[in-house]
Design a protein around this ligand. Structure first.
Ligand code: HEC
Length: 130
């Protein structure tokens, strides 16, 4: 019984520590950072930003489709035009995609809604990107 509070603190710390969505952060670092950068700001006219990006804010669930199927389009993000292709990352599971999205939604000053696994699955079932 005496050890209970300690264990409880550890669980709380892991769940509510400085980095929300630790798995999302690790996956972001492995799969996204080389282009979108560790601060999410992308690369000038080549890679769009994920920080307070109007494109992201207008359709947050589209990110699931972009990760799974890639994006080859001409898009406008915060007033800048992007034409480079983003390759699909098919190895990531629905759950991993949800974690990455929640990491992005709560990082770098972004304050976007939490997405559930069910929402991500639903979005992935109706992707129009090819
Ligand atoms: C090889 C470089 C590269 C990698 C790796 C990459 N992206 Fe992208 N991403 C791009 C490019 C380029 C675009 C613009 C695509 C276009 O114009 O059609 C883009 C567009 C986006 C967009 C839509 C535009 C915006 O800024 O809101 C999102 C969201 C996004 N990427 C998220 C991710 C996430 C999450 C990962 C990791 C799972 C990732 N990207 C990995 C290059 C990359």
């Amino acid at each position: 019984m005496k050890k209970m509070p300690l264990i409880f603190c550890w669980i709380l710390f892991t769940a509510c520590g400085n980095t929300p969505y630790p798995q999302g952060k690790i996956l972001y670092e492995n799969f996204c950072v080389s282009c979108h950068m560790s601060d999410g700001t992308g690369l000038k006219s080549l890679i769009p930003t994920l920080v307070k990006a109007d494109y992201l804010l207008e359709n947050p669930l589209k990110t699931a489709c972009i990760i799974r199927y890639g994006l080859k389009d001409t898009i406008m993000v915060n007033g800048n035009i992007y034409t480079q292709e983003m390759a699909a990352i098919p190895v990531l599971s629905d759950f991993e995609i949800a974690n990455i999205m929640n990491y992005i939604h709560s990082s770098w000053g972004n304050d976007m809604p939490f997405v559930t696994l069910a929402q991500v699955k639903e979005a992935l079932d109706s992707c129009t990107i090819e």
